[in-house]
Design a protein around this ligand. Sequence first.
Ligand SMILES: *Cc1c(COP(=O)(O)O)cnc(C)c1O
Length: 368
Amino acid sequence: MIIPIANPKLSYVAYKEAIDNAVFRVLESGWYILGNEVSEFERKFAGWCGCSHAIGVANGTDAVELALRSVGVHDGDCVVTVSNTANATVSAIERIGAVPAFADVREDTYTMNPDSLSRVLARRNAKAVVPVHLYGHPADMPAICSIARSAGAAVVEDCAQAHGASINGEKVGTFGDAAAFSFYPTKNLGALGDGGAVVTSDDVVADRVMRLRQYGWRKRYESESKGVNSRLDEIQAAILSVKLDSLAQMNGRRRQIAEVYNGEFAELPIGLPLALPGCEHVYHQYTLLCDRRDDFVSHLKLAGVGTGILYPVPIHKQPAYVAEFADAMLPVTEGLAGRIVSIPVYPELTDDEVSRIVHAIKSFFAKT
Ligand SMILES: *Cc1c(COP(=O)(O)O)cnc(C)c1O
C-alpha cells in the first residue's frame, strides 16, 4: 500500500462524528449562506490567530485578492511577491489588474529574502508586498514589514501553508496589514471543499473585505461599493469550527513527525528543512533538497512512499509568464526548483508509516 503525499479523507475520518453532527445541524437549520456558523467560525479563527477580525471567503486565492484590494491595491499597481509559490498568489494579484514583481528567497527557509525585496522596491514603486510562509515556515516578517513600510507599501501575508506558525510566539497573520488563509482540504486547517479567510486587526480593512465579499453590500441589496461574490459556506464553516479545535494538536503531530525525520536523516547527504531560532514551523510540507531527485522519487515510489514537488517550475519560468519575466534574476529560487522534494508529513500518519518512510529514504542512500 502506497503512503500518499496527502490524504485529506483521514482528516474527516478522525473527527467523523463531530463533523457529521455539524453538517447535519446546518442542513436541518435551513440557513446555508452567511449565518451563525460562519460568524462563529470567524470569531474563533480571529481569536486563534490573535487578530481582531476574520472574514470568511470562498477560497484562499480570493482571500489574497480581497485582502490586497482592501489595503488599497488597484488596477495597474505593482505588487511584490515570490516566484516559488502556488500559482494562486500570482493569479490573485492579476485578478485585480495589478502587476506582479518577484523578489528572490533565502537559501535557508525558501521564503522572501528581505535584501532582495529592498532591491526590488528601490526600482519599483510597489503598492503592496505579499510574503508567503512557504511549507509552514514563517517568512522574515519583522524585516519585510519594516522595509515595506519605509517604501510606503502595504503587507499582505499569504498564510495558506502556515496556519499557526509563529515568530517569537506571535502567529503569522498578525504582522502585516492583512493576511490570507486557504482552507483547501490538504492545508493544515482544511475544509471538506473550498474555503478561505482574510484576517486583520485593522477595522477599516475588515469592513472593506466584508463588503467586497458580497457585492459591496453593507445593507442587503444596496451596494455601497463594488464587490464580488466570495462567501464561505455555512457547511464548510461548521466543519472548520470542529477541526479548528484540534489544529494546535495536529500541528504538534506534524512537528513530532518532522523531528523524527530531522533526527533520522541528519547524516544523509540531503538538505533538511530548517526552523530559524524563535520560529515555529508547522510543516505544511516536509521538504528535502536532493541532488538526484528523479532517482530518489522513483526509489520511494517503488518502496510505496508518495512524494510531491512544490513547485517544479517557479512562476516566472512557466509558459504563461516566461516572456513577461524574461529578465527576472532569481538565482536562489531557480536553484531550489530542481532539488526540492516533499515527503508525507500529515498528522494522521501512523508511527509505523513514519518508520516505513524513514526506512525507504535511508535505503536509497545505503544503496549508493
Ligand atoms: C493553497 C494556496 C493558496 C490558494 O488557496 P486556494 O484555497 O486553493 O485558492 C494561495 N497561496 C498559497 C501559498 C497556497 O499554498
